[in-house]
Design a protein around this ligand. Structure first.
Ligand code: NAP
Length: 304
């Protein structure tokens, strides 16, 4: 029977570490600030935005949620992002996706200043993450998966990791993090156009699934003893739940738990880690801004 990895508990530990760093920064006059821009009224996005704001406040950080109407124009949205880029009290900017259909997210994500791009979606940060440049920001979900592996002491060195899915938000950055010097895993990535993913998934010491298709991974697709990280989150109707739905992953949890060595549940696995690593990135952004400010101040005072 697999060990169940609690992302909730790992998150609690990291959030305590983050809160301690926030307290230190506040003592030196910098309050880390995260701005979340929400366009329209997508119910799932509203839930995520509320969760992010609450997590910020609990860590002692400043949160600012900017709600814009679905019919906002591109110029207005660029204006909001420019205002946040210039605001010294805001260290991280997050544009909640998806945007309404008339707005292509790409130019807006590129408008966010790379130093405040705590989601790690700006091409400069994507490139930095890929080449292992620590000045970049790694997207929160793959960063959270690496923390799960590290804190659960799951060996990666020389092991075979198989990732299902090829998104820029999860799978591609995770691929480069796992194969980087340090973790040193060998990585196979399979996706929608791979004719049969099972022969690949069965070879995985670490299997990460980020697709959004409940039941995609069944017990016969998992090597005995493997670590299974289920990123998928899909709402399925459930009359027994007061919300009328429940969240499920991509992995047939009950059956795969009988085969795997360790497994993340949904909910309570990768999900809480994502918000936690967003806070982590925002505190890192605030620390860097704080250091720049101090250096700038020191230079100004030596010039006088
Ligand atoms: P995405 O951009 O939709 O990517 C899904 C990937 O799966 C795509 O590359 C897609 O291929 C591929 N795919 C689709 N059907 C497949 C199949 N039958 N076999 C293999 N690959 C298949 O989604 P994402 O942003 O990576 O998210 C994936 C899932 O994780 C979603 O359920 C999302 O809600 C969840 N998620 C959870 C968290 C969290 O914090 N827990 C964070 C992010 C995402 P194509 O490229 O050809 O479309």
């Amino acid at each position: 029977m697999a060990r169940i990895i609690s992302g909730t508990e790992i998150s609690r530990t990291i959030r305590a570490e983050v809160a301690a760093e926030v307290a230190l920064l506040r003592g030196e006059g910098t309050v880390p600030g995260l701005a979340v821009v929400l366009v329209g009224a997508d119910p799932a996005s509203e839930v995520y935005v509320r969760m992010k704001a609450k997590a910020c406040r609990e860590a002692g950080m400043q949160d600012r949620t900017l709600k814009l109407p679905a019919e906002v124009t591109a110029d207005e949205l660029f204006g909001v992002i420019d205002g946040l880029n210039a605001d010294p009290g805001i260290h991280g900017i997050l544009l909640q996706l998806p945007l309404p259909a008339h707005l292509n997210p790409k130019p807006f994500l590129e408008r966010i200043h790379p130093a405040k791009d705590v989601d790690g979606f700006h091409p400069l940060n994507v490139g930095r993450a890929f080449i292992g440049d620590p000045r970049g920001f790694v997207p929160a979900t793959p960063a959270g998966i690496m923390e799960i592996l590290r804190r659960e002491a799951i060996p990666t060195h020389g092991r075979h990791a198989v990732i299902v899915g090829r998104s820029l938000i999860v799978s591609k950055p995770l691929m480069s993090l796992l194969m980087a010097p340090g973790p040193n895993a060998g990585v196979t990535l399979v996706h929608r156009h791979t004719p049969d993913i099972a022969p690949h998934t069965r070879m995985a010491d670490i299997l990460v699934v980020a697709v959004g298709k409940p039941g995609l991974i069944t017990a016969d697709m998992v090597k005995p003893g493997a670590t299974v990280i289920d990123v998928g989150t899909t709402r399925v109707a459930d009359e027994a739940d007061p919300r009328g739905y429940r969240i499920v992953g991509d992995v047939d949890f009950d059956a795969v738990s009988e085969v795997a060595g360790a497994i993340t549940p949904v909910p309570g696995g990768v999900g809480p880690m994502t918000i936690t690593m967003l806070l982590r990135n925002t505190v890192d952004a605030a620390k860097r801004a704080h250091t720049r400010e101090r250096r700038g101040g020191a230079r100004r005072s030596t010039r006088r």
